[in-house]
Design a protein around this ligand. Structure first.
Ligand SMILES: NC(=O)c1ccc[n+]([C@@H]2O[C@H](COP(=O)([O-])OP(=O)(O)OC[C@H]3O[C@@H](n4cnc5c(N)ncnc54)[C@H](O)[C@@H]3O)[C@@H](O)[C@H]2O)c1
Ligand SMILES: [Zn+2]
Length: 362
């Protein structure tokens, strides 16, 4: 078992990374719950695939299960309101505890529910997708979408515990698994040469979900996320490096109506473009640029981006909520395992990098 501690200004909590920890959930949950009422927020598919493992692991700890509909389109305020109503009906009070069991959608919506239910109750995150295990469940960002944009309503609400069971990924569809891998690649490029090398040399084993290598990747990525949010809970420069690939990635998601690509796939494109940009801005050696692009490409392909225009991506960037004072910030690698936040880049360089990355994924 690996225990990784996150220390933010106002709270300290553990991320447990352990294959099979769902079947051993009682030991961890008891420690946090102390007999308080437990409410498991989940979706039907997650429960169908993984619920029995959690039930076995809770070893008789009583809980009420509250399901939300599955899918990003339900990560909305009315869903949270409905969940809160069901919690109240089931007797939840200020001492109750939410266990958010599912992918990033459940972690975000369940975490937000906990953040605002009776002005805030505790939450345990139990992520079941790779993306959620290495990213969404750690760091305390919770929230829902507005029709005008993603994650526009939310709160920082750190969990009391995060339970990461890599075995939960056994039932994850292959496309979701690969989308999560791109976030692991992101962590490697910005912060860890050893993780980069592992991804590079073990690609086949990773794609076949060989337990030892999957566990090592999750652990490596969780350590990076935990370290970065510990040092910088809100959106300062350090936390911003986690946005590598996200400036153009978000623009691409918006431009394709959030339907053609999974988030991780859009980030894969964004990383390829940002890597080209880093090379053009003379921050990154051509050899490293080639290596990063080869690694991202090697975990692909992503769906065709035929018809997407660089022009449109650039104009979308201006309306991203991470834009500060009207200037787009880019996270650019300046070596393998290291990155910096850069603003005020020549738009022509950005356009050229985006065009080349689009051509490479057409
Ligand atoms: N809070 C943060 O810091 C943060 C960071 C990154 C992403 N996010 C959010 O995370 C969300 C995306 O999360 P996601 O990619 O996990 O998507 P998701 O939660 O929609 O899950 C993807 C699909 O996988 C299914 N699924 C989940 N676990 C499964 C399992 N073990 N076996 C079989 N099927 C399973 C789900 O039912 C769903 O259909 C987005 O809303 C994004 O904004 C938040
Ligand atoms: Zn992301």
């Amino acid at each position: 078992m690996t225990r990784i501690t996150v220390r933010t200004l106002h709270s300290t909590y553990d991320v447990i990374v352990e294959r099979g920890c769902l079947e051993n959930a009682a030991a961890h949950v008891d420690f946090v719950a102390h007999g308080r009422k437990l409410f498991i927020v989940t979706t039907e598919p997650v429960w169908r695939h993984q619920g029995s493992r959690l039930v076995e692991g809770l070893k008789g700890i009583p809980f009420a299960r509250i399901e939300m509909p599955d899918g990003e389109e339900h990560k909305r305020f009315p869903t949270v309101e409905a969940l809160a109503g069901r919690m109240l009906e089931a007797g939840a009070d200020r001492s109750s505890l939410v266990l958010a069991f599912g992918g990033g959608v459940v972690n975000d919506a369940g975490g937000f529910l906990a953040a605002i239910y009776m002005r805030g109750i505790d939450v345990i995150q139990a992520p079941t997708t790779l993306l959620a295990q290495v990213d969404a469940a750690i760091g305390g960002k919770t929230g829902v979408n507005l029709k005008e944009g993603k994650n526009l309503l939310g709160a920082f609400h750190q969990p009391k515990l995060v339970l990461v069971d890599p075995a939960a990924l056994d039932t994850l569809p292959v496309r979701e698994f690969r989308a999560g891998l791109y976030e692991v690649i992101k962590c490697a490029v910005i912060r860890s040469r050893p993780l980069f090398d592992l991804l590079d040399k073990s690609r086949d084993a990773v794609l076949h979900r060989a337990p030892e290598v999957v566990d090592a990747l999750i652990e490596g990525a969780v350590r990076i996320k935990a370290e970065v949010v510990s040092a910088d809970e809100r959106e300062g420069d350090l936390r911003r490096i986690l946005n590598f690939g996200h400036t153009l990635g978000h623009a691409l998601e918006a431009e394709t109506g959030y339907r053609r690509l999974l988030h991780g796939e859009a980030v894969a494109f964004g990383m390829r473009a940002a890597t080209r940009l880093a090379e053009k801005a003379a921050l990154l050696a051509p050899g490293d640029s080639t290596a990063i692009q080869a690694l991202v490409g090697g975990y692909g392909p992503i769906p065709s981006l035929n018809g997407v225009r660089a022009e449109n991506l650039l104009s979308r960037m201006g309306s991203d909520k991470k834009t500060v004072g009207g200037r787009a910030h880019f996270v650019l690698p300046d070596g393998i395992g290291h990155a910096q936040v850069v603003s005020g880049l020549d738009p022509e360089l950005v356009r050229a990098a985006a065009e080349e990355a689009l051509a490479a994924t057409a």
